[in-house]
Write a protein of this length. Sequence first.
Length: 497
Amino acid sequence: MGVPMREPRALLLGVSARPRTHTASDRAREHRLLQLGLALGDTVIIAVVVAVAGVGHFASPVFPRTNDVDEAAMSVGPWVVMAWMLANILRGSYAQSHLGVGSSEYARVLSAAGITAGLIGITSYLTKADLSRAFFVQLFLIGVPLLLLWRWSARRIIYRLHDRGLLLTRVLLSGAASHVDDVARVLDRERWLGYRVIGALLPDLAPGTLTPGGVAVIGSTENTASEALASDADLVLLTGGAFSSPQEFRHIAWDLEGHDVQMAVAPSLNDISSERMAMRPVGGLPLVHVEQPQSLAASRSFKRIFDMVGASTALALASPVMLVFAILTKIHDGGPVLFRQIRVGRDGELFECLKFRSMVVDAEARLSGVSHLNKNPEGVLFKAKDDPRITRVGSIMRRFSIDELPQLFNVINGDMSLVGPRPALPSEVRRYEPDVQRRLHVRPGLTGLWQVSGRSDLSWDDTVRLDLYYVDNWSPVQDLSILVRTVRAVFASRGAY
């Protein structure tokens, strides 16, 4: 099997083959340039912040100003820039494995800032330097948010480059067909990650065939290293069945040593957040410890307080908009402003869910007449993109989720949460399979992973998967992240109908 056959096979996956001149070394160089660009951006921001803090402490109304303190603040500036950048490097803020996805990159930026602050404090104490307290406070009060904003902006740029076919990582999957297809589906769904599957290595299927999921088989798991080099892969992703023993894994690693090919292992642990997993070597065994699901934590008082404060604030801010659309709804056809519907809450308790009425008054009676428009006839949910029952005012409200704002009263009342699974109808719950019943362990949400990940464009299976992921992996940080992403999803109007 000659090397020239590798690239044409990538076309079976719907992936445009790159020219053979653009090698793994070239792509590794692109990623190094990306790392250098991030580092230069950090350096510029830190240097500017140091200058601003050096000038800004002059006008501080809180901390006293002296000539000695002024001189110390100006002279220490270059050392602060070098120390902060060194902390970023030591904390792995530019490591390729942490860039562009997850919270790890942000956590390392924050950790580097903490190390720098501690280093400045300890050095000032040991040398008895008269460093301005105003300079110190402003340095991190301004610098940390700007660095996080820069990293967030850089991610948006990287995602756009991925969409244009740049900075892609060519992935070769190795393992049993079922595991390969599971991973391939995830990478295909999350295209913004920049991973492009170029083929699969299987222990039992012959090259030239396809896995059940449609991934082209280009070789055997027995020749993982040589196939990775021949196919010009950037990453070999080892799934279940890729190797039969630790010795075989070591040989793969040894054979790839010195080449621009990364290795990653995808354990058979799906839909578990990184916060619940920890790698702890025990007697030479790399054990992955998994914390218990967090459904109980998602129902405790902290989340309830967060809901009360957040819903009250949002209600105060949204009141003018709600008043306008309440008036428009009433003027449109004279019907009721609110649509009240019985939904299923936590632990199966029923409650009256409030929404602005976005359909005609007799929408329920006309449901049978539009059943042929259902996008998901085999699923639990009714979805119709061009539902004729939606009013003109209602279409605007649905586009920007304004019709759901009255549910803030449900949140304050304790029937719902700001973030959680989609509130279900009793008729839907009666059709739930046993695993899906777990969605009812927490309060339903005004928004959730289902909304920020596609809203009505999602299939029923994807909706369930996201809801169960949320229930099992709840955390305050995840709630805040979903709320921020909700604002972006609402204004983008993606999947809203």
